[in-house]
Each structure stands twice: as structure tokens, then as C-alpha cells.
Write a protein that binds this ligand. Structure first.
Ligand code: MN
Length: 423
């Protein structure tokens, strides 16, 4: 295991106990301030560490970094250097922040310029998303949806246990936390109506997901095996795959999701590295029947990451509406990437691969309003006394996530988005 993950490490920076960003995390993101243009940083406690400053002032010497690599509006060039180099940057940043290292700690002018309070920064998209795939890899979610819309006795379609079902989504409308979304409009048709109508979606939903971001190219025609997949995965973000259920149910036959999904997907801005998540590996659910050889894998490929969804009405407090966990995924990320490339599809640096809605086994762990309120038949009550079947105008949806063991909390921060009325 990497030195930067040692649970006993302490930083000279004061880290609040409940912080998502202790010295063992060190996620990468893109920030800007009133005075600084968009550039790369690392989250530590309540600060952003300015990587451009560190690089330009010799603190990252010897790491084979090209000039200007951090002074860019996205991390694509940096993560494309490959994991050997990006992991060495995380290790070096860890060293600089350790309590017994004086290099930055005792250099007051450098320290003051390199550390920027998070309250003073705006977080931006960490990568310009090259390609976006959305999988459908939670067996609980797929079973719930199949039960609601098809047949409770045959909830899973025949292919589901044989391959990680997915579709190619829209990259251009992936947006960072804090950007409001407008309620989408589209075609819908009520089951008893004889023709469709047009208007604002009445069934706007969130989907609790995580996504991984790739950092290496395989080249057209070359498959990536399950054992190679982790070389291609830089890290993870929280992902809210906004969905217009009434549009979806009318449009999706026979080619799958389209406009019901492409109006917005919101992500948390800090990419938590695969390196930082190594201590949280767990076994996934048993896969039965046995998968085809190209989907077989060895070792623990799931991650124990607690996930929470909150709804905050326009006037009101946050209500926790779901508690789930990334470990429930039936298909793991290695299998997803192996499947994505088995036909020779080329992956690019800065692609985003979302998990699909992550539902757990119990009704309080479902990852969408569709499931939590069971197709609108069991509205959920919020603490202000109001009820929700789906998401209403003025609601803010917040997803948070963190892994925790041995007293170390590796958090993702949050993805927060407010829903504005349709025009
Ligand atoms: Mn989705």
C-alpha cells in the first residue's frame, strides 16, 4: 500500500474531525478564485493546495512534470501522464503536508500563497468529458425497475446477469456541483391518453450514482482486460444522473434513454483517486451464473463507500432520503471497462463511466425517487410536512459520499444542484 494511505499520518494543517479531506485523501480538482484563473488543486482539510504554485516554485521537482501541466482549465493533460506520475504527485504532496516536513510548513510566504481557503474558490469541471457511458449495474435497482414496469417474477431481463448493461450518454451536459438545472421539457404520453403531449416534465428524478474517469488510451481495436482495467482508471466522483421519468417511459423504446437523460448530469468536483480508495476494497455480490471468461476477475474489486441523498426544499432543512453504498454494485468497474472495450471500442483520457443508480437491499437505501416513492404510489414525507413523489421546483438535491475505516475518512465532498422551474 502507498505511504500516502498510512492511517497514522498527520498533517501540520489543522483538519476538522469530520473533514472529507484528510491527508490520506488528497483528491484532485480544478478551481478558480477572484484572482486566479482555472487551474489544478488538491483538497486538504478546509483548503485547496495550488499545484501550479508548488510546481513553479520547485516543490515538485524530479517528478517528470511538463511545464504548465497544472495551469490548465482541466486535468486531462495531467491525468493523461499516467498513473506512475500522477501517483508520485500524490505521494509528494502527502510528504509536503506531513507534520514533520518543514519545506512548506516553515516557509510562510510559500505556505500562504499555496493554500487557499475552500470558501474562496469556485470549483469547476475537473475534466472536459470526452465520452460518457452510463451503466445499469445495481441488481437491486434493476430488479426494482423491472418489478415496477414489467413482471415481478421476471424482473431482470435475460441478459442482465451475463453482461453489464449500459448506454452511451451525453457528455456535453455533465456539469459540476453548484450549477442549477432547469426542469426539462419534452414529449410524454399518459398510459390512457391516445396521443402524446408536450410540456415540462412532471416526474423529475435524481439517480444516485458514482462515476470513474479514465486516464489512458487503449487504441481502437484493442480490448482492456479486467486485470488491466485499473491502469486506466484515475479516480471517482459522485454522480447525479438527472432523469425525466415521464419523458423516459415514452421515448426509450426501442433504442434506450435519450432526451430524458441528456439535459443534465451533475458531478462532485473533486476526483478521489483510485490510490486513495485502495484501503476500502471489498468483495462484491456473488455472480451467478458464472460470467463469460472476459468478465472474470481476481481480487476485491468493489469499494465500501457510504452514499447519502438529501432533499432540501426551497424553504426548509436538508432531509436525508436515502442511504446506500457503492459496495452493492453487482458488476464492478473492472468488468465494466472490460465489457466497454471488448469489441475494440477506444477509450479516451477524460471519459466518464457512471455506475447506474446504486440501490441497496432495503427501501431506505433506494437510489432514486422512482424507487423511494415506488412509482409515485408511496410518497415520502419531508420534515417540513410536505410530501414528494418526484423532485419539485425549488428543491435542492445533495449527494454526499465517504469511505471510513481505521479512523480515516476518505470523502468526496458533495454534488449539490437546485431545480429551477421550466421556462
Ligand atoms: Mn443513470
Amino acid at each position: 500500500m502507498s505511504k500516502a494511505n498510512d492511517p497514522s499520518l498527520k498533517s501540520w494543517i489543522k483538519i476538522p474531525d469530520d473533514s472529507d479531506f484528510p491527508i490520506q485523501n488528497l483528491p484532485f480538482g480544478v478551481f478558480k478564485t477572484e484572482y486566479l484563473e482555472a487551474a489544478a488543486g488538491v483538497a486538504i482539510g478546509e483548503y485547496v493546495l495550488d499545484l501550479t504554485y508548488l510546481h513553479e516554485n520547485g516543490f515538485l521537482d524530479g517528478l517528470e512534470l511538463p511545464p504548465g501541466i497544472f495551469n490548465q482549465s482541466c486535468l486531462t493533460s495531467f491525468i493523461g501522464l499516467g498513473k506512475k506520475i500522477t501517483s508520485s504527485v500524490r505521494e509528494r504532496v502527502s510528504e509536503l503536508l506531513q507534520h514533520d516536513n518543514d519545506e512548506l510548513q516553515q516557509n510562510k510566504p510559500a505556505r500562504e500563497l499555496a493554500l487557499i481557503p475552500q470558501a474562496e474558490v469556485e470549483m469547476l469541471m475537473p475534466v472536459s468529458v470526452a465520452n460518457y457511458t452510463d451503466f445499469y449495474s445495481s441488481i437491486e435497482h434493476a430488479t426494482n425497475v423491472g418489478t415496477m414496469f414489467r413482471d415481478p417474477d421476471n424482473a431482470l431481463l435475460p441478459n442482465w446477469r451475463h453482461l453489464p448493461v449500459g448506454y452511451h450518454g451525453r457528455a456535453s451536459s455533465i456539469i459540476p456541483s453548484g450549477v442549477d438545472i432547469k426542469r426539462p421539457k419534452g414529449q410524454t404520453k399518459a398510459p390512457d391518453a391516445d396521443k402524446p403531449s408536450f410540456g415540462a416534465s412532471k416526474r423529475l428524478d435524481f439517480e444516485l450514482e458514482m462515476a470513474f474517469i479514465t486516464c489512458k488510451e487503449n487504441g481502437l481495436g484493442n480490448a482492456v482486460s479486467t486485470s488491466e482495467a485499473e491502469d486506466y482508471i484515475f479516480g471517482f466522483v459522485l454522480f447525479n444522473d438527472w432523469s425525466a421519468r415521464d419523458v423516459q417511459v415514452w421515448e426509450y423504446v426501442p433504442l434506450g434513454p435519450f432526451l430524458a437523460k441528456s439535459f443534465a448530469s451533475s458531478i462532485s468536483p473533486w476526483i478521489v483517486t483510485m490510490d486513495a480508495l485502495v484501503p476500502f476494497r471489498v468483495d462484491g455480490p456473488e455472480q451467478e451464473p458464472e460470467v463469460l471468461p472476459y468478465l472474470k476477475f481476481e481480487g476485491q474489486k468493489n469499494f465500501d463507500i457510504n452514499l447519502q441523498v438529501f432533499i432540501q426544499p426551497e424553504q426548509g432543512d436538508e432531509d436525508l432520503v436515502s442511504k446506500s453504498n457503492f459496495k452493492y454494485m453487482y458488476w464492478n468497474v473492472n468488468q465494466q471497462l472490460a465489457h466497454q472495450t471488448v469489441n475494440g471500442c477506444n477509450i479516451q483520457v477524460g471519459d466518464m463511466y457512471a455506475s447506474g443508480t446504486i440501490s441497496g437491499p432495503t427501501p431506505d437505501s433506494y437510489g432514486s425517487m422512482l424507487e423511494l416513492a415506488w412509482k409515485g404510489t408511496r410518497p415520502i414525507k419531508l420534515s417540513d410536512g410536505s410530501e414528494r413523489k418526484f423532485i419539485e421546483d425549488g428543491d435542492t438535491v445533495i449527494i454526499r459520499g465517504f469511505a471510513e475505516n481505521e479512523g480515516v475518512r476518505i470523502g468526496f465532498g458533495e454534488v449539490r444542484s437546485k431545480v429551477l422551474p421550466a421556462d
